[in-house]
Design a protein around this ligand. Structure first.
Ligand code: HEM
Length: 404
């Protein structure tokens, strides 16, 4: 069947994706949605696409843009500019359109190029070794590795002092929930977290203003002070976005990857024996269980996608996690195959918003995963992993493993 399909089965499948069970294993639901039609309509009116080609189009085609923040008024938040969570998210580069997006991204892109990031390899290697050195017996791998590695790497780059970093794990989790759930309760909870993040960063910016360091935050403060490239508010939202994006998703890449490897002992053994597989392995792990499962956009002009015309002003959601399992793009999509040829998952999005931190996230995983599995040959699950209740960011809050 083709065309835009809605109805009870589509509603039920999309509804399941909002439950813990559906979020734990969304892949059969995605497959069924893809079979029903390339483009379906959700109960709230948004279109949903699940094929690789269509999700790529949504990410890359410049006619798909982000909602301007004043649409938040229509969605029940006329006071969005006074709500810390909404303001800090919806005025950040992640959700801005050109030309502001172009200006903001250019200010920081130099710090995240593949070449600059490659220089961090030795420091990341040392940090991984230090974290693994301290481990024995049974541990929660989220607390022991998946969170501390990326938070310390981005904290170091940005200039967030080491003792202050850990508190941001729950705060960022609560804040970023509004990417998925815009109910008054979710926004209230996100506001409380965002207000703490905001106050912390305001203080840190004041400190660095007085005593600049060699960090990215000090560099951004200098840009703000130089004139018309960056406002004080944008300095704050850029710092908040970089810090949050720098650990939140990478934590989940590491945790999801360990679970996937433990569920595929043959592939785990290959990675252990051949650490040079790290690069293709990380691409396949990104594909297999992507930490970011969806993108949302609105059509600024009519665009053809999946055989239908998406009208101006229509909202569309691209399920990246579904695209990554599209059998038309990836043969045997449900199989974890570390050496999968021609592997190009859409886990980092595409187009002008293509993940700024992709080289950094890849490097951290390429260093950490082989090191972990080689150091602990008996690595095994020691209890049920605890999932976070989210699909836009798919990951774990706890991953109990035994090491010996
Ligand atoms: C496995 C880890 C990561 C995944 C899966 C991921 C995924 C993504 C995706 C899908 C987008 C595009 C969102 C959209 O188009 O709406 C994005 C954007 C972004 N990511 Fe990542 N990310 C990861 C790690 C990082 C890291 C380590 C940083 C550190 C700086 C980072 C910073 C950003 C920023 C700043 C944007 C916004 C870029 C823009 O709007 O131009 N990400 N990320």
């Amino acid at each position: 069947m083709s065309g835009i399909v809605d109805g009870p089965e589509v509603s039920a499948l999309l509804g399941e994706l909002t439950t813990m069970v559906g979020r734990a294993d969304p892949y059969p639901r995605y497959a069924r949605l893809r079979e029903i039609s390339p483009v379906v309509r959700a109960d709230d009116g948004a279109l949903v696409v699940t094929r690789y080609a269509d999700c790529s189009t949504v990410a890359r085609d410049g006619r798909f843009v982000h909602m301007p923040p004043d649409v938040l008024a229509v969605l029940g938040f006329p006071d969005w500019a006074d709500r810390p969570s909404l303001r800090m998210m919806f005025t950040s580069m992640l959700i801005r359109n050109p030309p502001d997006h172009t200006r903001l991204r250019r200010l920081v892109s130099g710090a995240f190029t593949a070449r600059r990031v490659a220089e961090l390899r030795p420091a990341i290697g040392r940090l991984v070794d230090e974290l693994l050195d301290g481990l024995d017996g049974e541990v929660d791998l989220v607390a022991a590795l998946a969170f501390p590695l990326p938070v310390n790497v981005i904290g170091e780059l940005l200039g967030v002092p080491a003792p202050d970093r850990a508190q941001f794990q729950p705060l960022v989790r609560d804040w970023t929930r509004i990417l998925e759930v815009l109910t008054p309760e979710a926004v209230d909870q996100a506001d409380a977290a965002a207000a703490v993040i905001r106050t912390y960063l305001e203080d840190l910016i004041a400190t660095r203003r007085r005593r600049p360091g060699a960090d990215l935050l000090s560099a951004l403060i200098a840009v703000e002070e130089a004139g018309d490239q960056l406002s004080g508010e944008e300095l704050l939202t850029t710092a908040a976005l970089l810090f949050a994006a720098g650990f939140e998703t990478t934590t989940n890449l590491l945790a999801n990857s360990v679970v996937a490897l433990l569920e595929h002992p043959g592939e785990l053994a290959r990675l252990r024996a051949e650490p040079e597989l790290a690069q293709p392995a990380v691409e396949e792990l990104l594909r297999f269980d992507s930490p970011v499962q969806l993108l949302a956009r609105v059509a600024a002009d009519p665009v053809e996608v999946g055989g239908v015309v998406v009208g101006e002003g229509e909202r569309i959601v691209a399920y990246l996690g579904a695209a990554n399992r599209d059998p038309d793009r990836f043969p045997e999509p449900d199989r974890l195959w570390l050496e999968r040829p021609d592997n190009a998952p859409v886990s980092f999005g595409g187009g002008i918003h293509y993940c700024l931190g992709a080289p950094l996230a890849r490097l951290e995983a390429q260093v950490a995963l082989p090191a972990l599995v080689r150091r602990f040959p008996a690595l095994a699950l020691a209890g049920a992993p605890q999932r976070r209740d989210s699909l836009s960011i798919k990951g774990l809050t706890r991953l109990p493993v035994s090491l010996r």
